[in-house]
Structures are given as structure tokens and as C-alpha cells.
Write a protein that binds this ligand. Structure first.
Ligand code: 13P
Ligand code: SF4
Length: 375
């Protein structure tokens, strides 16, 4: 990147194009870079005029990721930044649950999501009512919820977690049993790492309390012995990767380092060389000295890594994409700032209850709450 040009600030299309072509010239066709540079410069002008701040998840497409974002990161880092980074409105380049988290932590600010949808199969797999039924079934058992959920679910939660701190959050609870929602695979990966036993109960109709599940065992009295109570939510992207994909790539490239997000199945994580949050995966590639890398996560991230580490060779499985993250573009970020859309709101009392569960997580992860006193 041309070190003199601050791509999150420049309002000159020529400067933006020069900087983007230096970084992305080998990845994005030149005619597209020219068009994207024009839009990115317009976005920066709007941002300056409005005093806005743009937060971008690591999955954003390369031209957006490397231009207008003031802050970038994984879900945990962006939660902290949503509370701390100055600017109003906050334009959230990610999916709806992330923008909701920003609004929960910064209720006095306007939060814009550049798409009307921005879904997530995990967030859609569970409702607040589901959590209430689980709590009735397992009274007193603390509820740990992945941030990939909507505010009504967080409002029923004791403490949130992300892919970067799930193990630490579970370990921090003074309880030998936890309800861990809603990602089946993340729960199984945490259970595997911590040696815990996990079950997946049904909470609808008159069905039995607990049905099967990894490692669940019936004691002599017929009662079940387990430490974690899970839910059958899955990421529609990460569930598609298989151990066979890894074996096929290793056969062709024996020197490949395989990195998997913990939303992948435990079999895939087991067959990989490294697992972690999106930022942890980026960091691991930067630090490693392997010849080639296979990232089992949204494919844009491989391009974003190569842009900063041109010497790294990435093997891409790009038929697996997150359609929700891919709804965000420089064009709809410009429209969001021009038309003040699509505003994200989280009404009370859900917001305050959800905030408590996110703040507990931030306190454990960062040793303090970044939000301070709240209205
Ligand atoms: P990270 O918290 O690792 O960025 O993950 C968010 C996500 O949605 C991954 O699919
Ligand atoms: Fe949700 Fe999966 Fe997309 Fe992440 S990659 S936003 S978990 S659907």
C-alpha cells in the first residue's frame, strides 16, 4: 500500500486508485479497481461530511476491506470497537447480528447496516422463546450464547462468547454445567477441547428431556451425565467443509497448512493444523512459514490476506461463500450514508438485558467494560 495515502480518509479517486492498485492489482481486475476507487472516495467524503465511522468484518470483499473501513476485525474486536470507536453514525459492514451488537452497546448513536437483510443461519436457528424453554428445563444452569444471535436471544443469556473466547468464557463460569447456544459445531469443538460431555435436547412438544448427543451417557439411575447442553444451529458456510476436502488438498499440496474456523465440524477442526477466530486465522497465516495455506472459512478472507502478504500462496475453496456477508458492497455503503439506511434498532427492555450479556463477555476478554455507565 502506498504508505502516504490513508485509504480510510482520502477523498481523491486518483489517490484511492493508486493505493488500491498497489495492494490489490494482482487480485482485482484494473477496470473494477478504477470503478471501486471512485465509489470509495465518495464514501470517504460522505463519512467526513457526516462524522461517521465505518467498521468492517474480516469477511468484507477486498476493495471494501482495503479502502473505507476505519476499523476492521473479528466479531469480538468489532464489539469492543462499536463501544469505543468515535463517530456517528456507525456504518457496520457485516451482518445484522453484528450491527445489533453495536446498537446494544452504543444506543445513543445511529447504526446503519448497508443491506436490509444481512442474515446468518446461526442467528436464525434460535429464538428468545427457545432459550426460555431451555432455562425452564434446566433451571439454574448458566446460558452461554454465541454472539451470532439476535438481541432477543442475548436478552435471555447470562454471558455471550465469540469464536475467539468461547473456551475462556465457559471456563470462567463457576458451574459444572452450561447451556451453550446455538452453534452445534462450536459447542462440540469447545467440548472436545475441554473434555466436556455434551447433549442436544429437544425442547418442543412432550419429547424426552435429552436425546442422544456426543458423549452423553446414561447413569445407573437413568439420569444423564453431561456438562454442556447444546443446540442444533449450524453455519451454512462452515458446515460444508469436510475432512475429505482437506485430504484432497493435502494429496495435491503435501506442504499445505490447513486453518479452520471453529464453526466447522469437529472432524474438520481435528484434521486441520490450526483453528481460531477470523482474526486468529489471519494472524496465524502471517506468522507461519508454510509454503501454502488452505483457509476453511469465507473465501474473501484469503484475498484480503494475500493483499497484505503477497508472498503467501493461498489454496481457495471459493464455491463456499457467505451470501449474507457478500450483500455488503462499497455501493450500498455509499447508499447507506446518502439515504441514511438501513437503521438498526433494538428496543428496550431487550437492549439493556442483551447488553449485560455482551458486557460480561467484554469484561472477561478485555478485563474491563468498554461501555462505561449506560442509559
Ligand atoms: P469471527 O468472530 O471469528 O470473526 O466469526 C464471525 C463469523 O460469523 C464467522 O462465520
Ligand atoms: Fe453466519 Fe456463517 Fe455467514 Fe458467519 S459465515 S455470518 S456464521 S452464515
Amino acid at each position: 500500500m502506498n504508505s502516504k495515502i490513508d485509504t480510510a480518509r482520502t477523498t481523491s479517486p486518483e489517490e484511492m486508485y493508486a493505493a488500491l492498485s498497489q495492494r490489490l492489482g494482482d487480485i482485482v481486475p484494473d477496470f473494477e479497481l478504477r470503478a471501486k476507487a471512485q465509489v470509495a472516495a465518495e464514501v470517504n467524503q460522505l463519512k467526513a461530511d457526516r462524522g461517521a465511522v465505518i467498521l468492517g468484518h474480516n469477511y468484507m470483499e477486498p476493495a471494501l476491506f482495503h479502502s473505507v473501513c476505519d476499523y476492521k476485525g473479528d466479531s469480538l474486536e468489532l464489539s469492543r470497537l462499536a463501544a469505543e470507536a468515535p463517530g456517528d453514525p456507525i456504518v457496520f459492514c457485516g451482518v445484522r447480528f453484528m450491527a445489533e451488537t453495536a446498537k446494544i452497546l452504543s444506543p445513543e448513536r445511529t447504526v446503519l447496516l448497508p443491506t436490509p437483510k444481512g442474515g446468518c443461519s446461526l442467528a436464525e436457528s434460535i429464538t428468545g422463546e427457545d432459550v426460555r424453554r431451555l432455562k425452564e428445563k434446566y433451571p439454574g444452569v448458566p446460558v452461554v450464547t454465541y454472539v451470532n444471535t439476535y438481541a432477543d436471544v442475548k436478552a435471555e443469556t447470562d454471558i455471550c462468547c465469540t469464536s475467539s473466547n468461547a473456551h475462556k468464557i465457559v471456563a470462567s463460569l463457576d458451574s459444572d454445567r452450561v447451556i451453550f447456544l446455538p452453534d452445534e459445531f462450536l459447542a462440540k469443538n469447545v467440548a472436545r477441547e475441554t473434555g466436556k460431555k455434551i447433549i442436544f435436547p429437544r425442547v418442543t412438544g412432550d419429547l424426552p428431556t435429552a436425546l442422544g448427543g456426543n458423549g452423553a451417557s446414561a447413569g445407573a439411575s437413568g439420569s444423564l451425565e453431561y456438562d454442556m447442553i447444546g443446540w442444533r444451529g449450524r453455519c451454512e458456510v462452515h458446515e460444508q467443509f469436510t475432512p475429505e476436502d482437506i485430504a484432497n488438498v493435502r494429496r495435491q499440496f503435501p506442504d499445505v497448512m490447513v486453518l479452520a474456523h471453529p464453526e466447522c465440524s469437529p472432524e474438520v477442526v481435528e484434521a486441520s493444523d490450526f483453528s481460531g477466530s477470523t482474526s486468529a486465522l489471519i494472524h496465524a497465516v502471517k506468522e507461519a512459514d508454510a509454503r501454502r495455506y488452505l483457509l476453511l472459512t469465507e473465501c474473501s478472507m484469503a484475498d484480503n490476506i494475500v493483499a497484505e502478504n503477497p508472498e503467501k500462496e493461498m489454496v481457495r475453496l471459493c464455491s463456499v461463500r457467505c451470501p449474507h456477508m457478500n450483500e455488503i458492497s462499497l455501493e450500498n455503503v455509499r447508499d447507506a450514508l446518502t439515504l441514511d439506511r438501513f437503521e438498526v434498532d433494538v428496543p428496550e427492555p431487550v437492549r439493556s438485558r442483551a447488553r449485560t450479556s455482551i458486557e460480561r463477555m467484554l469484561e472477561i476478554s478485555y478485563g474491563r467494560s468498554p461501555t462505561g455507565p449506560q442509559p
